[in-house]
Structure formats: structure tokens, C-alpha cells
Design a protein around this ligand. Sequence first.
Ligand code: GLP
Length: 243
Amino acid sequence: MFHTRVIVAKNPEQVGKFTADKFEEEIQRKPSCVIGLATGSTPLPLYRELIAREKAGLIDFSKVRSANLDEYKGLAPTHEQSYRKFMQDNLLDHISIKPENTIVPLGLAEDVDAMCKAYEEKIEEWGGVDLQLLGIGHDGHIGFNEPDDNFPTMTHEVKLTEMTINANKRFFNSVDEVPKAAFTMGIGTIMSAKKIVMMVTGADKKEILKKTFWGPVDPKVPASILQFHPDVTLICDEDAYPF
Ligand code: GLP
């Protein structure tokens, strides 16, 4: 562990509130900031809190831009299980952010290389991500960057591991319906963010959390690269904290 700040909260709701503080602070500092967003169950308390804070007049999303980490390959933006739909339902439809200021990789892209390149260029045109939110998979994946022999750099297509397909099948009717591939920001894209905040909750994440920040930096644990980022805040609950 090098630069990482660690905040241990009581429970997932409090993790959501502490993470919301980081977003509130960033948006106050720079109203047109670029935020990197994530899907999964872990960020839900954060998204509820952000919606409530805008309603209470504490945050204004009208100038904010957002870029999501990843999307399933082959799912339309309107598909019930697409990450675009998840973001609309759980955050974007309930805040004042402008639709044209939100991007998610396009699941139906025909020219994958061109879509991935355009995704990187858009983030660059916006001046880069100011604050990137991350969750973590049980195998240490961030976005959909799965354990590998090296750290993939830019937005690209990935084959999902069996562990990830099984972990995500709870959202689909059957395991066969879970897409086998996805598009994700690369480790390089994520590491280019100026600040990163990672949310981790639940005892089932304890082991991977320990490997990530208190083990060697290893592409077999993709999130371990975060030890080399100069501004990471880990916000976890007592159940996930390994000590
Ligand atoms: C998916 C997403 C990740 C997320 C992970 C963990 O695989 N691509 O970005 O971090 O799930 O999800 P959860 O928060 O539901 O455990």
C-alpha cells in the first residue's frame, strides 16, 4: 500500500454517504467536472444519496459530464440488463445532468475498434476524468478488466470469466442469457483519472480487498495496480475491511 487513503464506514449506507461527500466536493470545486461512473450493487447507496443531495440543493449536476466504465457486448442501451439502462434508472434520469453529457460504451457497436477509440477520444476532449468511481469484482476486476498476464491499457473488448458470468447471472433469467463479452475502459484509462474512489462492501469482498491493497501489484489481481495511483480513496464497510 503506497498512497491509498482508507476510510472504514459502519455499513453500506454510510459508505454511500462518505463517497457522496467526495462527489459533492469535486462538483463544488469544478461544476463541469468529469465523473467516471460504475455499475453493480455496491454503488446503489451512493446513487440514492446523490439524487437526494441534488433534490436538497446541495449538488448541481447540470454542468457535470459522466463516463461509464463498461457495457455488455451485444446489449442495446434500452435492454433491461444493459449498463446504460442501469445508469438511467438508478441515477441519470433522476438528476439534472444533460443526456448529451453522459457516455457509456455502446453495446451494439459494429466497428468495435472505432467505438473504443472514439470513447477514449471523447474522454480526452472533455479533459480527462476528474473523479473515477470503482467497485471491485471477486476476482479483483475493475470495470471489466479481468485477471490477465498484463494490464490492458485502453478501452477494449473483453471475454468475461466464468466467475464474473456467474456473479452477474442473478440479474438475468438464466446463465445462458449473460453476455460472454463486454467493452471496458482499460486499466490505462482508469489510471489516467486524476482521483479515484473505490467502494467495497460485504464480507465476501474481504479477501480480494486484502490482496488488492495489501498484496503485490499483479495483473492477476487487476485492481492491485491502484497502489501505484497517487490519489486513491478506498471507502469500505467494517465487513469488508480485512483487519
Ligand atoms: C461488474 C462491473 C464492475 C463492478 C462489479 C462488482 O462486474 N463491471 O464494475 O465493480 O460488477 O459488482 P457488485 O458491486 O454488484 O459486487
